[in-house]
Design a protein around this ligand. Structure first.
Ligand SMILES: NC(=O)c1ccc[n+]([C@@H]2O[C@H](COP(=O)([O-])OP(=O)(O)OC[C@H]3O[C@@H](n4cnc5c(N)ncnc54)[C@H](O)[C@@H]3O)[C@@H](O)[C@H]2O)c1
Length: 295
């Protein structure tokens, strides 16, 4: 197995568990640079044929992409464009792609099923993921044998590189007496533990035979409010901390504070998450607090 990452947001330490595995190699490369990507993928494929690519690299910092859309152009879109192009040049047949609920934009009370539309994303991250889905779809017509697109909203667990739990944990480590919450705390989202996400993706990879397919992957409940997460994180890691909420119903520009996410298509394949949003949150909270040295 070959892992390609430039470690702009991830780290080698996150891969330490696999570092000594004889069939696992890490290559430090910027996937936004077309020539080197095509060259490396071609070379690796000629050494040991590559059957499939799991394309997970992206900008995971949505506010960073709002501040400077070039971040998403490069890290969210060009990474996909170049990976797909390298697969075409090299003849690798199958891609599994980490997309996002952000491609739906803010559709209010509309139930977000995979076939809802038209789609108007409200963050450059969502826009570049939607464009990435388009590039993959076009490549299925011309070269790829199979593409599975997974759209997930909020994944939690460790190693954490971003997200609400890491934000809270780092703020409390800096100042155990106060916790600033982005938004007024009423944002409510479903949360999926990373162990369930991996399980769902492998299940789909092993069972779906259609040439091009897309699945929402997420929790099967109404989710957890940001206020609940903040209160439980404080109770766990810094009981003296005072909560300071913002005034907006959104956490940041491009945030979708509430949405109705349908995972019925996934459930119809026979898969169910082991944990609901609240249990996943509890488990990940302890994991992230430990990662950040708070416990
Ligand atoms: N975590 C979530 O809640 C969530 C939700 C929806 C979708 N996703 C998607 O899942 C995937 C994984 O997300 P994550 O939460 O593990 O984020 P992450 O930031 O931990 O992982 C993304 C990785 O991509 C790498 N990367 C970024 N730009 C690169 C570039 N130009 N060249 C090479 N490597 C590059 C980063 O260094 C990082 O290791 C991403 O595609 C993300 O958009 C995540």
């Amino acid at each position: 197995m070959q892992a390609l990452d430039n470690f702009c947001r991830g780290s080698r330490a996150n891969l330490a568990e696999f570092a000594t595995h004889p069939r696992f190699t890490v290559h430090e490369i910027d996937l936004a640079d077309e020539g080197p990507v095509t060259e490396l993928v071609g070379r690796l494929h000629s050494q040991v044929p590559i059957d499939e690519v799991w394309h997970l690299a992206a900008n995971s910092d949505i506010p960073a992409g709002i501040a400077d859309p070039n971040v998403d152009l490069r890290d969210t879109f060009l990474t996909t464009f170049n990976v797909v192009n390298a697969m075409k040049v090299t003849g690798i047949p199958k891609i599994l792609f980490a997309s996002t609920s952000a491609i739906y934009g803010d559709l209010g009370a509309t139930v977000l099923q995979e076939d809802v539309g038209p789609l108007f994303p409200i963050s450059s991250y969502g826009a570049m993921k939607l464009a990435s889905e388009g590039v993959i779809s076009a490549a299925v017509e011309s070269s790829l044998q199979q593409a599975l697109i997974f759209r997930f909203p909020n994944v939690i667990g460790v190693p954490a590189t971003h997200g609400v739990l890491l934000d809270f944990a780092r703020k409390l480590r800096k100042d155990p007496m106060r916790l600033e919450v982005l938004g007024n705390g009423t944002q409510q989202k479903g949360y999926l533990h990373v162990s369930d996400l991996v399980d769902a993706m492998l299940h789909l990879r092993n069972s779906v035979t259609r040439k091009l397919d897309v699945f929402n992957i997420g929790a099967v409940d109404e989710g957890v409010s940001v206020r609940t997460i903040a209160e439980e994180m404080v109770a766990l890691a810094a009981p003296q901390a005072r909560l300071e909420f913002g005034t907006s119903s959104k956490g940041w520009v491009g945030d979708v504070p509430r949405f109705r996410y349908s995972v019925q298509k996934l459930l119809d394949t026979g898969w169910r998450p082991a944990m609901g949003s609240h249990l996943a949150m509890k488990r990940a909270m302890a994991e992230v607090a430990a990662q950040e040295g708070l416990l």
